[in-house]
Design a protein around this ligand. Structure first.
Ligand code: FPP
Length: 235
């Protein structure tokens, strides 16, 4: 029986969030520049989006650029942004055809007008699609997102907020919380990712580096999730 056949299609996570780590180490291990690691990381992105869509996963959230990533060399930052733009230009037709709804989690106002326009174009053209919601976290930080929520509650004079009020002020408004959080390349950290939303997520950490995160590795993560006993604090 293949790994794919072992998956229980009635118990799939609705929302999978991924910290895509290890592009740099992948490149280094092959004596290649870091940028080649990121280029190969994009190939994995395409593959995982396609597999998620075929499995009928409702939401896939990928951490592409954190608020802390501005500390990287300017050349690497521009390289990552240009990879994202190339990705959007090459994928927009297939997103439309495959009913993928593309969204951004994060504050994109710090990017150039050209980058913002391209992102908004893809968001607008895919916003009514009814299939997989693909969230890319870009200039995203969970603490910044929570501060933004506080400000919005204050502005709207909600002084006794419920969990729902807070969820409604986050970038993930209206979406189910992640059931499964995957981190590649072995680090045991959350790195300021979706702090509010992952309250009950199952965490899966693999030593595999993101460019090597294959179809089989994705199925392994889902199978491990399906083995877990999710009690949400109950017994
Ligand atoms: C982690 O590797 C990866 C990133 C910080 C960026 C992820 C971005 C992409 C895969 C490309 C652009 C995104 C899309 C959605 C097309 P690292 O550089 O932190 O690796 P290291 O820890 O081994 O140095």
């Amino acid at each position: 029986m293949s790994l794919k056949e072992k998956i229980d299609l009635s118990k799939l996570p609705k929302h999978i969030a991924i910290i895509m780590d290890g592009n740099g180490r992948w490149a280094k291990s092959k004596f290649l520049p870091r940028f080649i690691g990121h280029t190969n990381g994009v190939k994995t992105v395409k593959n995982i989006v396609e597999l998620s869509r075929k499995l009928n996963i409702k939401v896939l959230t990928l951490y592409a650029f954190s608020t802390e990533n501005w500390q990287r060399p300017q050349e690497e930052i521009s390289g990552l942004i240009s990879l994202l733009i190339t990705y959007l230009k090459s994928e927009i037709e297939s997103m439309i055809k495959n009913q993928i709804s593309f969204r951004i989690l994060g504050d994109i106002s710090r990017f150039s007008k050209e980058v913002q326009d391209e992102i908004e174009n893809v968001c607008n053209k895919t916003k009514d699609n009814s299939g997989l919601v693909l969230n890319i976290a870009l200039n995203y930080g969970a603490r910044q997102e929570i501060i933004k929520a506080f400000k919005s509650l204050y502005k709207n004079k909600i002084d006794n907020p419920t969990e729902e009020d807070i969820s409604n002020c986050l970038y993930t408004k209206g979406l189910p919380d992640p059931d499964l959080l995957i981190r590649t390349s072995g680090e045991m950290r959350i790195s300021n990712f979706l702090l509010w939303q992952i309250a009950y997520a199952e965490i899966y950490i693999t030593n595999v580096l993101w460019p090597d995160f294959s179809e089989e590795e994705f199925y392994k993560a889902i199978l491990e999730y399906q083995k877990r006993d999710r009690r949400f604090g109950s017994i």
